[in-house]
Every structure is written in structure tokens, then in C-alpha cells.
Design a protein around this ligand. Structure first.
Ligand code: CA
Length: 231
């Protein structure tokens, strides 16, 4: 995480917001606090935080509505920190535009790791680099080629687009519907069989073992997560 970041914490539970303030403060970051949606929106009118941590159960309504409002104006990373842990809630929050989801109770280290990986992903999305790399996999966006180590991989255009999308959104829980919408387009959100077929095909090409994949991991009932270690 870059030094001196500004973190907006939207949380009505004081014990949790204090814990977060302390954790980020110790790392030299500045925290802004909002106890409800109204005060979060007020903060956003005058400040521009580098990341937003958002609780869903807020005194003046559901945090999901706030995600949509923020997303219509800003591209700041949003991480949900919520006690709600059912699949439907997680998918709805990610579909509304949240970037990641951490369930309470959480470990501070895990949360910090999620914040770091979300920010790394945003940095990659902002660079115009033609090369996207993760461990031994490199894709060249201009040449439409994929290398694993020194070996050139043969991928179909859809496999290429899917891999590119997964690598750009590395270490992030991606709901099935979101991947289908982003890679195949609106109207394909429920074509689960397409996605399963292409994920299997990609795994055969990039994974050493398709039964215990290292890169494309299944998030049961929700979707997939492309795991990158090191970068
Ligand atoms: Ca709450």
C-alpha cells in the first residue's frame, strides 16, 4: 500500500471503526469516519479518499444503495466489510460495483491484504501497459498472445478475453454473473454453462493440475477468483 493514503470508513459500530482507524493509523494512513450514508456522501463531496471501506447495515439504510451512488460518480475502490455472509448478499454487493467483500469478524491482517490487492488491481487497470503478468503467465494485449514461461499458449479469442478479465481483476471474488456480463456481454449473465466450459478450457491450458488449480480458484456458490502471488 502506498504511504499516506486517505481511507474513508463507513461504519456505525464504533468498536470496529476504532479498530480500523488504529490499524490504518499505525501504517501512516489517514482515516475519515462516517457513521451513515448521509455523512459518507457529505465526506465524498469535500474529500477524495483513496479507498472506501463500507458496512452494509447502516442506520439510514442499506449500504448497497450507497455503492450505486458512489459508482455513478467515482471509480474509487470499495471494499465491503459486513457481517452479512450469505451468497446472495455478497453477489448483490459485488454486482452493485463493490470491488471486494470481507465478512465480519475479520482479521486486520486479512483486511489489509485485501486493501493492498484491490489497490494493486486498480493500478494495473490505470496503466496502459500492453503486458499483463501474473507469476509465470504473461499476456500481450496488443499481440493477443499468451505465454506461460517461454511457451506460447494457443487460446481462442473468448479464452483470451476471459483470461485478460480475470488477470486484471486478480485476487478478487468475481461473481459468475459479473464475469459473464463483462466478457460475453449484457444478456449472457445467466449462461452459467458457457462460463464453466471456458473456465475448464482455460484451466487445462494454464494450470498444472485442473483438480487443484493454483490460478483459477472456485468461490463456491459465488464465482471465481484469479489468484496471483507476488505481483
Ligand atoms: Ca452496521
Amino acid at each position: 500500500m502506498k504511504p499516506h493514503q486517505q481511507i474513508l470508513i463507513v461504519e456505525d459500530d464504533e468498536a470496529i471503526s476504532r479498530l480500523l482507524q488504529l490499524a490504518f493509523g499505525q501504517l501512516g494512513h489517514k482515516t475519515l469516519l462516517a457513521k451513515d450514508r448521509q455523512s459518507a456522501l457529505r465526506e465524498l463531496q469535500t474529500r477524495s479518499p483513496d479507498i472506501i471501506l463500507l458496512d452494509l447495515g447502516l442506520p439510514d439504510g442499506d449500504g448497497k444503495e450507497l455503492i450505486k451512488t458512489i459508482r455513478s460518480q467515482l471509480s474509487v475502490p470499495i471494499i465491503i466489510v459486513s457481517a452479512r455472509n450469505n451468497e446472495q448478499e455478497i453477489i448483490a454487493a459485488l454486482d452493485a460495483g463493490a470491488d471486494d467483500y470481507v465478512t465480519k469478524p475479520f482479521s486486520t491482517n486479512e483486511l489489509l491484504a485485501r486493501v493492498r490487492s484491490t489497490q494493486r488491481r486498480f493500478m494495473i487497470l490505470q496503466t496502459s501497459d500492453a503486458l499483463i503478468t501474473c507469476n509465470d503467465i504473461t499476456i500481450d494485449v496488443e499481440q493477443l498472445s499468451v505465454h506461460k514461461g517461454d511457451t506460447l499458449m494457443k487460446l481462442t479469442p473468448t479464452e483470451f478475453n476471459l483470461l485478460k478479465y480475470l488477470m486484471l481483476h486478480r485476487n478478487q471474488v468475481l461473481p459468475h454473473t459479473k464475469i459473464l456480463k463483462e466478457v460475453w456481454g449484457i444478456g449472457y449473465q445467466h449462461e452459467m454453462q458457457y462460463l464453466r466450459t471456458y473456465i475448464n478450457a482455460l484451466r487445462k491450458k494454464i494450470e498444472i493440475s485442473t483438480t487443484s488449480p493454483k490460478y483459477i480458484q472456485t468461490e463456491l456458490g459465488i464465482g471465481y477468483r484469479f489468484v496471483c502471488t507476488g505481483n
